[in-house]
Structure formats: structure tokens, C-alpha cells
Design a protein around this ligand. Structure first.
Ligand code: CAA
Ligand code: NAI
Length: 246
């Protein structure tokens, strides 16, 4: 049991990568707070996991709204007694070429994918400082490292996540808190299901492993960075992309 007695908040856990992580973490002994905007899906998924004997509970949150985040963090602490791990996984896309990208679509992605990571981390930080230990894992993307056609907003936010990760690794390391990021490649979830087939085909063709990633591939990387096995890993960006770009 690699996460025995740990309490983990996973944002965006109602679907895709976050849901796979919730299942993986609980299987390793963690109590999992599945924090998501999507209450219908979140409640259903948490219930299904509970029926499998998994210690998971759904908490509704909008990571673009600080008040909502503060309430979620307090509710998790009240339910589980502490917070050891934060996975900043919630994210959205609003793709468009620069010439056509609306300011609203630019801002919406920044609010969730960049500001959301800042607000969730700041809200959870006091609980980790209090116990002198914690693991924070942020979700970047291959798009944030190398750029991607049609993703000005998303690439900017995901590159910003890398900057915050490294800054927090420097600020919080001495306080017993490790901060790292995972940069997934193209992973089969609802997010990539919206991408035109031609583009997905192109992307898959660029992967030396010859396939898109599975949510479980990213859940495994989150698990390593959340577990004691990564105690000397801090400020890293772990690329989990099948080698799509090197
Ligand atoms: N590379 C080079 N050129 C490209 C391109 C690419 N990957 N994609 C499109 N273009 C070119 C097109 O060939 C076209 O060229 P012409 O004007 O010369 O014909 C031009 O760009 C405009 O393309 P579209 O006709 O597709 O423009 P559109 O306005 O209808 O749609 C778009 C634009 C919404 C960005 C659409 O192309 C699209 O959805 N692309 C996919 C974007 C993408 O990869 N998103 C990833 C989402 S998953 C995710 O984000 C997870 C993660 O972290 C990786
Ligand atoms: P998904 O669309 O399947 O799931 C995202 C989840 O985030 C959903 O449950 C959604 O309800 C939730 N969410 C969205 N906005 C929210 C908000 N304001 N507050 C709370 N929850 C919110 O997406 P997927 O693929 O599982 O993505 C997870 C993370 O991985 C995202 O940060 C994404 O940017 C990142 N990523 C995904 C890649 C992929 O190819 N699927 C590649 C690289 C990074």
C-alpha cells in the first residue's frame, strides 16, 4: 500500500485522468476527495467506487472560484481530518487559432488551468504547513512545453503551471512539501475526443510508442509523485507522453 492512511484531493476527478487517479490512489490505501465541478458525474462515480469498497467521497468545487475552493478544502479536512496530497488535475480546452480566439475563451482557460492551480494550492497549503509535510502535483501538458497549433490559451496556462511548480518547489521544499508536475502527451479522454480525427491521427503518428496514452498512464505518474518513493523528487516536470517530442 503506497498511500496507506494518506488523504488526497484530486481535482477534476469526475472524469478522465482524475477519475483513473482516484481509483488508483484508493487502491493504494488513500482516502480520496474527488473534487469536481460536474456533480452529476462526480456523485455517480464516487458512489460506484464506494460500492467497490473504495474510500472516496465527492466534493463539488469550481476551481475558478476561490470561495468554492476554500469551502471544499475545509469540507475535506472536516471529513478526513487532514490533507496530505493535492493533485491539481482539473482542466479545460477552448481551442482556436490566434486570429479567431475570443478574449472570453482565452480568459476561461486561464481561470481554470492557471489561476485554478494557484487558488487550490494556496487554499490547501495551510493544512500541509501545519503538519510539516505534503505532496503537490500539478498537471501541465505537452502543449505547455512545446506549444500546439490552436492552443494559445491552453499552452500559456500549462507553461505557467510549470513556472509555478518550480517556484513552489523552491519556496516549500524546506517546509517538507514537495511540488512537482506531470506533463501528459495526448491521452484518450473526453478532452481529446473533441479534437478533429485528422489531428489526433497526426499526433498518434508522432508517438514513438505508437499509441495515445491511457488515463491510467498518468494516474501511475501521479501515484509515484504522491508516494514516499518520490521524497527526493522536487520541482521536476515528469513527461508522460510516449516520447511524442524530445
Ligand atoms: N499544424 C499545422 N497547421 C495546422 C494544424 C497543425 N497541427 N492544425 C491546423 N492547421 C492549419 C490548417 O491546415 C489550416 O490551414 P489553411 O488555413 O492553410 O487551410 C489552418 O491551420 C486552420 O485550421 P482549421 O481549418 O482547422 O481552423 P478552424 O478555425 O476550423 O479550427 C482549431 C481550428 C479549433 C484549432 C482546430 O484545428 C483544432 O481543433 N485543432 C486541434 C487543436 C488541438 O490539438 N487541441 C488539443 C486538445 S487535447 C489537449 O489539449 C490535451 C493536451 O494537453 C494535449
Ligand atoms: P476531462 O475533460 O476528461 O476531465 C476534466 C475534469 O475537470 C472534468 O471532470 C471536469 O468536470 C473537471 N473540471 C473542468 N473545469 C472545472 C472547474 N472549473 N472546477 C472543477 N472541475 C473542473 O480531461 P482529462 O483529459 O482527464 O484532463 C485532466 C487534466 O490533464 C487537465 O488538466 C488537462 O489539461 C490535462 N491534460 C490532458 C491531456 C489529454 O490528452 N487528455 C494531455 C495533457 C494534459
Amino acid at each position: 500500500m503506497r498511500l496507506k492512511d494518506k488523504v488526497a484531493i484530486i481535482t477534476g476527478a469526475a472524469n478522465g485522468i482524475g477519475l483513473a487517479a482516484a481509483e488508483r490512489f484508493a487502491g493504494e490505501g488513500a482516502a480520496v476527495a474527488m473534487a469536481d465541478y460536474d456533480a452529476d458525474m462526480g456523485i455517480t462515480r464516487a458512489q460506484e467506487l464506494k460500492e467497490k469498497g473504495i474510500n472516496a467521497q465527492f466534493f463539488q468545487v469550481n476551481v475558478a472560484d476561490r470561495q468554492s475552493i476554500d469551502s471544499m478544502a475545509e469540507a475535506v479536512k472536516a471529513a478526513f481530518g487532514k490533507i496530505d496530497i493535492l493533485i491539481n488535475n482539473a482542466g479545460i480546452t477552448r481551442d482556436g487559432m490566434l486570429s479567431k480566439l475570443s478574449p472570453d475563451d482565452f480568459q476561461a482557460v486561464m481561470d481554470v488551468n492557471l489561476s485554478g492551480v494557484f487558488h487550490c494550492t494556496q487554499a490547501v497549503l495551510p493544512f500541509m504547513l501545519e503538519q510539516g509535510r505534503g505532496k503537490i502535483i500539478n498537471t501541465s501538458s505537452v502543449s505547455g512545453i512545446y506549444g500546439n497549433v490552436g492552443q494559445t490559451n491552453y499552452a500559456a496556462a500549462k507553461a505557467g503551471v510549470v513556472g509555478m511548480t518550480k517556484t513552489w518547489a523552491k519556496e516549500l521544499g524546506r517546509k517538507g512539501i514537495n511540488v512537482n508536475a506531470v506533463a501528459p502527451g495526448f491521452i484518450s479522454t473526453g478532452m481529446t475526443a473533441k479534437v478533429p480525427e485528422k489531428v489526433i491521427g497526426q499526433m498518434q503518428g508522432m508517438v514513438p510508442l505508437g499509441r495515445l496514452g491511457k488515463p491510467e498512464d498518468i494516474a501511475n505518474a501521479y501515484l509515484f509523485l504522491a508516494s514516499d518513493e518520490s521524497d527526493y523528487v522536487n520541482g521536476t516536470v515528469l513527461h508522460v507522453d510516449g516520447g511524442i517530442m524530445m
